[in-house]
Design a protein around this ligand. Sequence first.
Ligand code: HSE
Length: 294
Amino acid sequence: MITARAPATTANLGSGYDTFGAALQRPADEVTVRRAAETTISVSGVGSAGIPTAPGENTAGVVAETLDAPAAIEIQKGVRPASGMGSSAASAAAAAVALNELYDRGLSRTELVSVAAEGEVAASGEVHADNVAPALLGGFTITRPDGTTVVEPDLSLVVCLPEEVVPTRAAREAVPESLSVSDHVETVRNAATLTVGMCRSAPALVGRGLDDPVVTPARAALVTGYETVRERALAAGATGVTVSGSGPGVLAVARSETQSAVAQAMIDGFATAGVDAEAVQTSVGGGATLVDTA
Ligand code: HSE
């Protein structure tokens, strides 16, 4: 029996659509695997009722298929599904680490990124690694087709989760198919600013670099109360705000001394819009780990 844990993640960070990601110090999923003739999946924990258990429809099941590693898979959800915190990626990353160990496949964490990314197809219909890369490797990640670059900043974050669901597929359909040169210039400027901010653990630069004129405005329209939440968070000291992943979670960059106030301001902002929400006060954290190899 092998158990692995993989963290929640926040993808895109505004200006880095399908490219940037960051591991969150909490929450996390745990996946326990045992050898079996055929893959079976059971799910417990946060939001487990809505998660498919057919292996072909579950990210962990697809990972087992990709690794040719049939197993009885138990998923303990700590990351709320369809929240914008990489819930399906956390399960895929933890399953990849656990099954790699169970079947002694000998793949490195970096090599497991493409394996876990296959699992994401089950959740969104497309391969994208910007959640699974930080879930496996930790830190702030820049995902490219030829590999992933990792930086490990010290950075306080808040992710506020409204009691609403935005399926990743719907959020991807909302993304515009083209952009103007001026929007391209602004996006590059912001992405570069954010990257420097991550290298320096500088919340002001990271916050400014979250701005994005293309993807975020289209997706913010799917999140009830987004503008109010954004304004309240900035007034409480956040250095930047954007949609977390494909939403509906909202990500704010904070300083450690403003983190609690930003979290409360975001909850209040959603309440003003008539939406219940919870805020997770977290930071950029590490990647997937083996928990138990009994
Ligand atoms: N980059 C992905 C998206 C992350 O925004 O659609 C969500 O899974």
